[in-house]
Each structure stands twice: as structure tokens, then as C-alpha cells.
Ligand binder design. Structure first.
Ligand code: SF4
Length: 361
């Protein structure tokens, strides 16, 4: 089997900024959602407003202005707040009810409300998705512009590691978008939802770290297994059985995973499809499932770290128990693996093990 790294591009600041923008697209611009994105991501300040840009101040002002959601509220309520605050500052100062400093601060708040109003207006235009049926390159171009336009690259005086990381992540996202353009060859048109889903999946999958890990039985949630490749994919068998139940009249059921990004080459895995209508395949699937179920019933969960290389065991690299399993896990497996109780597990996990075991146990 092969597995992903633990890093997810979707969780990086650059990834969160872009996916947050895509989340805002087509929605009602709810104040809490907009502010969660603005205060939680490295968002680029509007041009010329770098020195006064403060998401937390925007948060406070939008709250004072009574905005709940909807583009109309962002425009009308911020404008009303702006005008009222200016008028109060002028009249308070004229009546000597406000100090000069307080009046200046109120005018500054009014100005910031104006900046926020403009920002939201521009944002609403930027996140408007291409119409349904547009090509994949059109959707990719849209996302590329959002990526370039809204992710803030701090000045070079800041944390160099952070800067390099952000730049690197932006490049990786740009690469995914480049790859996605090729999806046109499979389906010439896309919808906003389809594009968002595929991009999100591609950023959550850890394609850059695919590689052989070792032998074993990997039991996980489907989300954890996404992007991994296996010699035997039991999920496809389970999906095939479900499809058989759902479509009782059909005579053939073939299943495969589809890599939805260029990192996986938009390939199907397995390329010749898992075909449960084939008697041999169905038989192997039943035997494998039986091994797994009987192993679970018997409580056989041997910790099998696989071969050691690159300072770690192959199977442990992607395992949540890596910090819990004892350092002597390799020795322990070597001792336990000849126990007759693990025969069924090894038959499933290792090619040709039955022959070995016949001689060993
Ligand atoms: S960490 Fe432990 S349970 Fe996980 S693969 Fe390694 S040996 Fe097995």
C-alpha cells in the first residue's frame, strides 16, 4: 500500500484563505462567516490601506453597524454608519461636547467603515463564480485570480520561514489549479460545486507524498484513506455490493477510484476496474472480507510496522499510533508473526505467506 503525508494543503494559511473565499462564493455574505475568514486568514489589505487595515476593527465596526448578512446590508448599513458617525463627530465637536481627539477618532472609524464597504463590494465581484457549464480552465483562472488577489504575502522583514512556507503553499495550489485545467479532457464543462469539490479534495489529498510504504492491512475511515493506493481495495467490493442492491436489474458492476487531480493523472484505480460480476474477483473479495471479519471477531490486531527505512518503519509513517507503539515494535512483530493466531492476518497482508507459514508454524 502507499500513503499520504500528514500535511494537508487545505489546512495551511494559503489553503484556508482560498477555500474560505470559495466558501463565501454564492453565499449570503453572513457577517460571522465573512469575519471568521477575514480574522483567521492572511488576507491582503486593500491597495493603499495597508497602514489602517485591521480585520478586528472591521469586525467591531460591522457589528456596530448592525450587519447580519446580505450584500445589501453591507452597503446600506455601513454607509449609514459612516454618515451618522461623521455627523456626530461634526456636531459634537461644534457643540464642544467632544474633544478634538475623540471627534478625529470617530471620523477615522467612519473612514474605516467606508474602506470595509468598498472591500466587500470588490470581494462580492471577485468571488462571483463563472456560470455553470464553463470550462475547467475558466474555473481555474477564477481561483487563480482569487489566490493572487487575496492572499497576503508579508513584507520581507517578517518571519522568513513563514514567508517561504506561504510562498511554497501558493505555488503548490497554483500547481493543483494547473493540473485541474486538464480535467477538460474528461468533462468539458464544470459547475461551481463540482469545481469546489474537486479542488477541495485535491488540496486535502496528499498527492506529493505518495510512495510505497509496505505490506499490511490498513483499516481506516474513507477520508483517511483518500489518495492512498492499495493492492486490494475492499471498499470497492463493498460499494459494488451496495450498487448490486440498489440496481438489482443490472448484470455488470465495475468499480474504480478516480484521481481527481493531475497529481494522480486523472487515472482510474485499478485501471482495469474492480469487477464483482467476475466470479474469481467476487470469490477473492468474499475470502478477504471473511479474513477481516474473522480477524476482528478473534481480536487479532497485530501491530505490524513493516520494513525499516528512512528512520522509520514503513507502515508507521501514516499511522495514528506511531507515538504510542513501543520502540521495539519491529522486534515484537518478528516474535509474534509466527504465532498461528496471526495466520489469517498474514494470509491477507502478505503475498505467499501461507507457504511460509506451512513450514514455520
Ligand atoms: S505505529 Fe504501531 S500500529 Fe501503527 S503501523 Fe506502526 S506498528 Fe502498526
Amino acid at each position: 500500500m502507499a500513503g499520504p503525508s500528514r500535511d494537508s494543503l487545505a489546512d495551511t494559511p494559503a489553503g484556508r484563505t482560498l477555500l474560505g473565499l470559495l466558501d463565501l462564493a454564492g453565499k449570503d455574505f453572513r457577517r460571522d462567516e465573512v469575519m471568521a475568514w477575514l480574522t483567521g486568514c492572511p488576507v491582503r489589505p486593500p491597495r493603499g490601506k495597508e497602514s489602517t487595515f485591521s480585520p478586528s476593527q472591521w469586525d467591531a465596526i460591522s457589528r456596530q453597524a448592525g450587519i447580519v448578512g446580505g450584500l445589501d446590508q453591507w452597503q446600506t448599513r455601513l454607509e449609514a454608519f459612516e454618515l451618522q458617525t461623521m455627523a456626530k463627530a461634526d456636531s459634537g465637536e461644534a457643540a464642544e461636547e467632544l474633544s478634538v481627539g475623540r471627534a478625529a477618532a470617530m471620523r477615522a472609524s467612519a473612514g474605516i467603515a467606508g474602506d470595509l464597504r468598498e472591500f466587500i463590494k470588490d470581494l462580492s465581484i471577485a468571488v462571483a463564480a463563472p456560470p455553470p457549464g464553463s470550462s475547467w480552465p475558466t474555473f481555474c483562472e477564477w481561483a487563480s485570480k482569487l489566490l493572487e488577489g487575496y492572499i497576503y504575502q508579508p513584507p520581507s522583514t517578517g518571519d522568513n520561514n513563514k514567508q517561504a512556507g506561504l510562498e511554497q503553499d501558493k505555488k503548490r495550489i497554483a500547481q493543483i489549479l494547473d493540473d485541474l485545467r486538464a480535467a477538460d479532457s474528461i468533462n468539458p464543462s464544470a459547475s461551481e460545486e463540482e469545481f469546489k469539490q474537486v479542488l477541495t479534495d485535491s488540496m486535502q489529498v496528499h498527492q506529493g507524498h505518495l510512495g510505497p510504504t509496505g505490506q499490511g492491512v490498513f483499516v481506516s475511515s474513507f477520508a483517511s484513506a483518500a489518495g492512498m493506493s492499495f493492492d486490494a481495495i475492499w471498499m470497492l467490493g463493498i460499494y459494488s455490493l451496495a450498487a448490486q442492491q440498489l440496481v438489482p436489474g443490472a448484470s455488470r458492476f465495475q468499480a474504480a477510484y478516480w484521481f481527481t487531480s493531475g497529481g494522480g493523472g486523472f487515472q482510474f484505480a485499478p485501471p482495469d476496474f474492480f469487477d464483482i460480476s467476475d466470479d474469481d474477483t467476487a470469490q477473492r473479495f468474499r475470502e478477504g472480507a471473511l479474513h477481516i471479519v474473522s480477524g476482528i471477531q478473534a481480536g487479532v490486531f497485530p501491530a505490524n510496522p513493516g520494513p525499516f527505512s528512512n528512520e522509520n518503519f514503513a507502515n508507521c509513517r501514516y499511522c495514528d499510533f506511531d507515538r504510542l507503539c513501543p520502540a521495539r515494535r519491529g522486534d515484537i512483530w518478528e516474535r509474534k508473526k509466527h504465532d498461528p493466531k496471526v495466520v489469517s492476518y498474514r494470509e491477507l497482508a502478505e503475498d505467499g505467506v501461507q507457504t511460509d507459514l506451512d513450514g514455520e508454524v
